[in-house]
Design a protein around this ligand. Structure first.
Ligand code: COI
Length: 360
């Protein structure tokens, strides 16, 4: 790793908190940011002094490579508070590993694990009042890294900025969503960057998702780019199908993100004795299951939404309703995950990570 990790963090505290200016009952996802942010530059082949400072605009140059070639990756994480004001994150080791995997795919230098964790622990302790107690209140954490070389030569940047910003949020989607299965546009391709949390993967979804929205669908279920026959992801999430009582989801690949919520749901299901099949799922079998009544549920799984039920899907111009049984898997997994995340239940998997000043 290109960094002298014995370097001390520089901390500049905000003079005044903006906390009291925020209407926490009417938060739009990711529109309000906490008092502090983390910043660290990669210059001269090494990560420089890790710095925490008040949240503020940064100066940019129009020639920064990130604006021209999209050399940028990010993560999504959350922090939760229990009734005793203890702060937790959920499987942060997974996000730490994944941001570096994503970085490698985009030819960005990896960021030191020690600083990733120190930055998060310090930020969360400094801005702890922004993590409000109570189920549904959560702090969304956005680590990201992008190319800052002022040069428009199409080659990897020689300089980068790694940042973390944090935003108090409530739920991501309101209500169950209707989705349309992609038959023309694709999210990712074999050998591409689909498995990386690359900024451009999300930008590429905006246009087809807007088209879907005009038809009344909130999200697109992405299919494989070659044949549009395999169901891969839903919007910005991994996707699960319940046919009879079996849970199905696509295997991760270089087209599909290795989602933390996805892998946690697979573990929970196996732990509960629910049959799980991690295999390619075809549009054809989904439509057949919807027609013969064996399709019980579809739900997305991702950090922002946790578990997002789908109330109908459209394919070839036909809408198929999905009516979950009373014993819904989506509701069950969401409850189990939230109970672990908010320290309301034992954590048999060791997924909870407590944030404390002892961690730095
Ligand atoms: C997630 O839920 O994991 C996401 O990446 C959503 C984010 C794009 C808001």
């Amino acid at each position: 790793m290109n960094a002298d990790i014995s370097k001390k963090f520089v901390i500049e505290k905000a003079q005044k908190s903006r906390f009291h200016e925020v209407d926490f009952e009417n938060l739009l996802f990711g529109k309000v940011f906490t008092d502090h942010m983390f910043e660290c530059d990669f210059v001269d082949g090494a990560w420089q002094t890790p710095t925490i400072r008040p949240y503020q605009p940064i100066m940019v140059e129009p020639s920064w490579k990130v604006f021209h070639y999209g050399q940028a990756v990010f993560e999504g994480m959350k922090a939760y508070k229990d009734e005793n004001d203890q702060i937790f994150m959920f499987r942060p080791d997974q996000n730490q590993e994944r941001i570096n995997k994503s970085a490698v795919r985009l030819a960005i230098p990896e960021f030191p694990k020690e600083w990733f964790f120190e930055a998060l622990n310090r930020l969360l302790v400094l801005d702890q009042q922004w993590i409000r107690k109570g189920l549904g209140n959560v702090l969304y954490i956005r680590p990201f890294v992008f190319a800052t070389e002022p040069a428009i030569l199409a080659a990897p940047s020689t300089t980068y900025k790694f940042m973390v910003i944090m935003s108090p949020v409530k739920s991501y989607f309101r209500g169950d969503v209707s989705v349309v299965i992609a038959q023309h546009y694709s999210r990712s391709a074999d050998g591409g960057v689909g498995a990386a949390k690359a900024a451009g993967n999300y930008a590429g979804q905006f246009f087809p998702t807007n088209l879907a929205a005009k038809e009344g669908y909130q999200q697109v279920i992405w299919t494989d780019a070659n044949t549009h026959t395999y169901l891969e992801e839903a919007g910005t999430m991994n996707v699960f199908f319940r046919i009879n009582d079996t849970l199905l989801t696509a295997p991760v690949s270089d087209r599909i993100l290795d989602g933390v919520t996805r892998k946690s749901i697979i573990d929970l299901a196996e732990n509960e004795g629910i049959p799980v099949e991690v295999r390619k799922v075809t549009v054809h079998e989904l439509v057949a299951a919807a027609k013969d009544g064996s399709l019980k549920e579809i739900f997305g799984a991702g950090t922002a939404v946790t578990v997002g039920p789908v109330k109908s899907f459209a394919y070839d111009g036909v809408d198929y309703p999905v009516i979950p049984p009373a014993e819904s898997y989506a509701a069950r997994f969401k409850e189990r995950l939230l109970n672990i995340q908010y320290n309301l239940a034992p954590d048999p998997f060791g997924w909870r990570y407590q944030v404390t000043e002892n961690n730095y």
